[in-house]
Ligand binder design. Structure first.
Ligand code: COA
Length: 393
């Protein structure tokens, strides 16, 4: 693997995140202003102090989307897009820019406003192609993971549904403890199990919601971080992988893994020096766009040996009080998925948790956190994994 990484060379010194949900009273401009100004205040800096910006958004174009509402005084603003991993991509670019020495202070910010589309679900424009790419909805494409996993590891349909329902139950339970989440109620497991079908075996409660939101991070070189605050968090690894995209056409691909996630996790662990993720990672925010996605991710990222994640789910290993809490903020399940913002929203939870500011969902003494952000569909996707920590070394 080619990436050498930037372990402990960049620190996050401030973050902001809007509440996610239906923001009928706000436009993209308002959401960007809210997230950016919370981040400036959190870092204790003025807008003029930021040398360069990276904006993640799928639905809006060019740096003007950010420079106009923020009234940025003639600074570089780069708009990036990388499917549902767009927010994480903006962070990766900002971190590399300060690590290179090109800038001292950079902001990564992401935004999306999906509720205004007038459609339920994610509106996906299908590009013209030669007919070999299927055109199915995200719930339908990710639903294929569930029966494939159940069959491979000997779960009947009812047991399998219990497992994925428990993932949704856990994430809603965590989201109920988060004032910024879209859905803030615990949901009984029977309600989840019996929720109206969207793409069998997935019901509404197996799906992430559709929401509006924005989140932002301010990064500097690690040696400068203590000029701004005593408790920054440090970037240990940033890995981004785009797969060859041949899964849906391949007879080898069995829909029980994301090879891109396996590759990006391996790369991130090499950068961060992590040998045993199950033991060494204190908590993770992962891309739970649909419940079986989270199930498969546990194994792809080495949190559980192959074929055993479902047991870990049922035993509470990934619960808030478990050995490796996953999606302590409630995940995409409770926040919805405003594309450009989600990756930074995940990092916002690391920011709070690693500094002991997560309130009723605070994990006991976390040291190393992981975020995982996925874009595309099973067999044809991009994957991002970051590792962050509260200390250098
Ligand atoms: N989880 C929990 N509750 C949800 C929900 C979800 N995913 N989606 C909607 N709800 C709730 C709403 O709060 C609302 O509750 P209320 O009646 O008490 O107010 C109710 O269900 C109906 O909401 P509505 O907005 O009309 O839902 P919908 O039918 O338009 O959308 C889905 C439901 C599942 C189709 C939509 O959430 C969806 O498509 N999710 C997947 C998004 C996606 O593909 N993202 C890309 C990931 S790769």
């Amino acid at each position: 693997m080619a990436s050498k990484g930037i372990k402990d060379r960049v620190a996050i010194i401030g973050m902001g995140c809007t509440p996610f949900g239906e923001h009928w009273d706000k436009g993209i401009d308002d959401l960007l202003i809210d997230a950016a100004y919370e981040a400036y205040a959190s870092a204790g800096i003025d807008p003029e102090d930021v040398d360069a910006y990276w904006l993640g958004t799928m639905g809006s174009f060019s740096g003007l989307t950010l420079s106009t509402p923020l009234k940025i005084p003639y600074r570089p603003v780069t708009r990036v897009e990388n499917f549902c991993a767009t927010g994480s991509e903006s962070l990766r670019q900002a971190c590399y820019a300060v690590a290179s020495g090109a800038y001292d202070i950079a902001m990564a910010i992401g935004v999306e406003k999906l509720k205004d589309s007038g459609y339920s679900g994610l509106v996906v424009g299908t590009a013209p192609n030669d007919g070999t790419l299927g055109s199915i909805t995200p719930p339908a494409s990710f639903s294929l993971l569930a029966p494939a996993y159940f069959k491979k590891y000997g779960l009947d349909a009812d047991k399998g549904k219990d497992v994925i329902s428990r993932i949704a139950w856990k994430n809603h339970r965590n989201g109920a403890r988060n004032p910024k989440a879209q859905f803030r109620k615990e949901v009984p497991i029977e309600t989840i199990k019996n929720s109206p079908k969207v793409a069998d075996p997935l019901g509404i409660m197996d799906c992430s919601g559709v929401s509006d939101g924005s989140a932002a991070a301010i990064v500097v070189r690690a040696e400068d971080a203590h000029k701004y605050r005593k408790d920054p968090i440090y970037i240990k690894a940033l890995s981004f992988i785009a797969g060859p995209g041949d899964g849906p056409m391949s007879t080898e691909y069995d829909f029980t893994t994301f090879p891109e996630v396996v590759a990006s996790a391996k790369d991130a662990y090499a950068q961060a020096g992590i040998r045993n993720p199950r033991q060494e990672i204190s908590m993770a925010e992962v891309h739970d766009c649909f419940t079986p996605t989270e199930l498969v991710l546990y194994e792809d990222m080495g949190f559980s040996p192959r074929g055993t994640a479902w047991r870990d789910v049922m035993e509470g290993f990934f619960d808030l009080e478990g050995k490796l809490p996953v999606n302590p903020d409630g995940g995409l399940k409770s926040f919805g998925h405003p594309i450009g913002a989600s990756g930074l929203r995940m990092m916002y939870e690391m920011w709070l948790q690693l500094r002991g500011e997560a309130g009723p969902r605070q994990i006991d003494n976390p040291r190393i956190g992981l975020t995982h952000n996925l874009g595309g569909a099973p067999g044809r996707c991009v994957s991002f994994v970051s590792v962050v920590g509260r200390e250098v070394g």
